[in-house]
Design a protein around this ligand. Structure first.
Ligand code: GLN
Length: 481
């Protein structure tokens, strides 16, 4: 057994387990030891499932003893964001309203990783209902950035990114509606990928903004992202927006030469609001790619500045409708003192939802209300179309777009909580990718002078995850040298 299995990447760990060099119980107990040591400081997890993880590991050992076929994620200690349903394990969305909710079924993505013999170690903290960029909107507690405990890990999938950065899980997933996988990955110095809308089933993902939400990997390296994406991608009849496409063998195709790959640099993503240290570090990274034979081409995405306003109309509009189901009647929290149905609804919802969730419900209800629908909601939909067209135009000239992931590095806890607009600006470079339904990745590309991680983002054409992964892998190799 290697000294500290929790340090391994998933591909290393699976290989060892398959060769008999490591037992699943050893892998799981090593990760729980690490969690016991680190998580009291970081607080990446809302729920830990040590007992069920150990018994799953033992079952896997019996399977190994019977010489049965092992899955692609055999024995990998896995962290699931707490807005993804896990049968028999609490799924709270970091909200009081779902504090004690135990789903009776697994999300499609969870079924898939379990079928590949992964082992769930716990459910990770997040901004309530995935609304936020810092993990401070969790109803329970904030998560801290493992690289600097004074700072936020990003959000909303901050718990998953922090767990991976601190080696408190070997693989994890988040959900990304406007940047919630890529931004925390960037701020914690790990890899995070939002797949094309429709590639990964949303069945069992608690809905925030259904036309934007996607589940995707948060991992220690690009190879692990490829491995996990292959496991969770694929058509699912239970999600009507899931697309029937053939899933490439991402891990086997990673090492393809990137010579001749055309990488677009959109000037709007390097302009105002982006820290100089960040844009410089991203430029250095793309120069390294050009050294490997990629061609750098200037492109323009002229509607970028309307991304945030359009997103903050459309996402709350969809959220206000999706969150109508939390009424205290069917499941979740209910105020028991209220007299009459109307009072029960309003007491339940005012006590069950946090401040940011209420702000989004009110915003969403407003932009959908008669008289304002055309002026806001419909207008935002038109802007969404223009943003998509910007990308379509750019992709006639280039294969990929490169940019910073987050305009700023991890900030201190409390620094932006009083100013929602400055918090919303954290997503300035990630939301357009969601509005256009495109795949995007964030990979580490160095550190600021104060030693905070910087993320490099690649955005690709629909269902061209393979190309993104190849460029990301090629760049990662230059970093390893
Ligand atoms: N930070 C963005 C928001 O608050 C994006 C969240 C997400 O992608 N889930 O809506």
């Amino acid at each position: 057994m290697p000294m500290n299995p929790y340090k391994l990447t998933a591909h290393e760990l699976v290989e060892l387990i398959k060769k008999g060099g490591l037992k699943p119980t050893e892998a799981v107990s090593s990760v729980f030891k690490r969690i016991a040591e680190m998580d009291p400081k970081i607080k990446a997890y809302i729920t830990l499932c040590e007992d069920s993880a150990m018994s799953a590991a033992k079952k896997l050992e019996e399977k190994i003893a019977r010489k049965e076929h092992l899955g692609a994620l055999a024995g990998v200690p896995f962290a699931v964001k707490d807005n993804i349903c896990t049968s028999g394990i609490k799924t709270t969305c970091a909200s009081r309203i779902l504090e004690n909710y135990v789903p009776p079924y697994d999300a499609a993505m969870v079924e898939k990783i379990l079928a590949e013999d992964a082992i769930i170690v716990g459910k990770t903290n997040m901004d309530e209902f995935a609304m936020g960029s810092s993990c401070e909107n969790s109803a329970f507690f904030p998560t801290r950035n493992p690289l600097d405990l004074e700072r936020i890990p990003g959000g909303s999938s901050g718990g998953s990114a922090a767990a991976i950065a601190a080696d408190c899980a070997v693989l994890s997933v988040g959900s990304d509606t406007g940047g919630s996988i890529r931004q925390p990955a960037a701020l914690c110095g790990v890899v995070g990928m939002k797949p094309t809308y429709g590639l990964v089933s949303r069945y069992g993902l608690v809905a925030f903004a259904s036309s934007l939400d996607q589940i995707g990997p948060i991992t220690k390296d690009v190879t692990d992202t490829a491995l996990l994406l292959k496991a969770i991608a694929g058509h699912d009849k239970r999600d009507s927006t899931s697309v029937p496409v053939t899933i490439p063998d991402y891990p086997s195709n990673l090492k393809k030469d990137i010579k001749g790959l055309r990488i677009g640099l959109p000037k709007e993503y390097f302009e105002k609001g982006v820290d100089k240290e960040i844009s410089e570090s991203v430029m250095k990274a793309v120069k390294a790619l050009s050294g490997l034979g990629a061609e750098l081409i200037d492109v323009t995405l002229p509607h970028t500045e309307y991304g945030i306003p359009a997103y903050y109309i459309l996402a709350p509009a969809e959220a206000s409708s999706n969150l109508a189901r939390y009424d205290g009647v069917r499941y979740g929290y209910r105020n028991k003192e209220a007299e009459g149905l109307g009072e029960m609804y309003s007491q339940t919802r005012s006590e069950g939802f946090g401040k940011e969730v209420k702000r989004r419900i009110i915003l969403g209800t407003f932009v959908l209300s008669s008289g304002y629908y055309d002026a806001y909601y419909l207008k935002a939909l038109k802007v969404r179309r223009l943003i998509k067209q910007d990308f379509d135009n750019a992709f006639t000239k280039v294969d990929l777009i490169a940019s910073p992931t987050s305009p700023i590095p991890a900030f201190k806890l409390g620094e932006r909580t009083e100013d929602p607009l400055s918090m919303y600006m954290s997503d300035a470079l990630t939301v357009c990718c969601n509005l256009a339904g495109l795949p995007g990745i964030s990979i580490p590309c160095g550190f600021t002078k104060s030693k905070l991680p910087i993320g490099l983002q690649f955005i690709g054409r629909p269902f061209e995850e393979e190309k993104i992964l190849q460029a990301a892998y090629a760049y990662e190799q230059t970093m390893a040298r």
